[in-house]
Design a protein around this ligand. Structure first.
Ligand SMILES: Nc1ncnc2c1ncn2[C@@H]1O[C@H](COP(=O)(O)OP(=O)(O)OP(=O)(O)O)[C@@H](O)[C@H]1O
Length: 269
């Protein structure tokens, strides 16, 4: 087994405009074949990090290294090759509502390969089978539930056998059972396909249950802690504890700084 990370974020700083830095001097490594979860509150820069890995944006400084190759957003040929090896599941990964479940999963295969239709059929059914929805191939998107839609989007994301699968908030808006199904699927797909997975989420228990390695990220892309789920659960660091245990107050305050409550309501303290 090689020790070279599949993805390396090397001292990356990035802002959408010069007035605000979203990620500041971040370094991370994602090992091949593992599920890494990046946990963090809303707006801390998780999706931005994923976009940088996908070559959507260019870091202001630092490098993103994909399987030993520095990602260069100006190199169109490289980007095309890179994206072919990448499956991205966005938070609201839009399915084509006027197409059937089957045609949604077949879409990337028809777009990116010259495979004959008979082979596309076999691959689509295999991918749908992997997410437990082979029987739903003929349904229209309007006929499926939210949890099913998420699984169809996943089948579509793995249609081209990506080496890296990135999930943006895969558990958002799912009920507990669908959440458990989604979590187990991410783990299983990673293991059976030999892919490397990156899960971006704020659902602590689900990520702790399936990830090999967890990174805790705070505002400004600051890395609070990283380690195995067990290491983080056992951590005595107050900020890490607050994060993984979901305690409302700790070093990160629940209340935005405000005057004393009595002063705001005009009553004597
Ligand atoms: N295209 C954009 N242009 C300008 N600012 C953006 C853009 N996309 C995101 N931002 C800002 O960058 C910051 C980080 O956003 P990002 O989506 O990476 O956070 P996140 O951790 O994924 O949050 P969430 O969990 O809410 O999706 C936010 O303050 C957001 O408003």
């Amino acid at each position: 087994m090689t020790t070279t990370p599949f993805i390396e974020i090397d001292r990356v700083t990035f802002g959408y405009d010069s007035s605000r830095t979203i990620l500041k001097d971040i370094s991370l490594k994602f090992p091949r074949g593992q599920v890494t979860a990046i946990l963090g509150g809303s707006g801390c820069g998780k999706t931005t990090l994923m976009r940088l890995i996908g070559g959507v944006h260019r870091p202001d400084s630092g490098r993103v290294i994909f399987d030993g190759e520095v990602v260069d957003t100006r190199d169109r040929a490289q980007l095309y090759r890179l994206r072919r090896r990448l499956g991205m599941l966005f938070q609201f990964g839009a399915l084509f509502t006027d197409l059937s479940v089957f045609d949604n999963v077949a879409f990337p295969l028809r777009e990116h390969t010259q495979l004959p239709e008979a082979m596309i059929r076999d691959i689509v059914l295999m991918k749908l089978n992997a997410v437990g929805l082979r029987g739903a191939a003929g349904l229209r998107i309007s006929e499926v539930s939210g949890g099913m839609a998420r699984r169809i989007a996943l089948a579509r994301a793995i249609a081209l056998d990506p080496e890296l699968i990135m999930y943006d908030e895969p558990f958002a808006g799912l009920d507990l059972i669908s959440m458990g199904v989604a979590a187990k699927l991410i783990r299983t797909l990673n293991d059976v396909t030999g892919a490397t997975s990156l899960v971006i989420s704020h659902d602590v228990p689900e990520c702790m249950a399936i990830a090999d390695y967890v990174v805790l990220m705070a505002t400004g892309g600051r890395i609070v802690a990283q380690g195995t789920p067990k290491e983080l659960m056992d951590s005595m660091d107050p900020e890490t504890r607050q994060f993984v245990r979901g305690e409302p107050d700790g070093p990160v305050k629940f209340h935005y700084p405000a005057p004393e409550i009595a002063a705001d309501f005009g009553v004597a303290p």
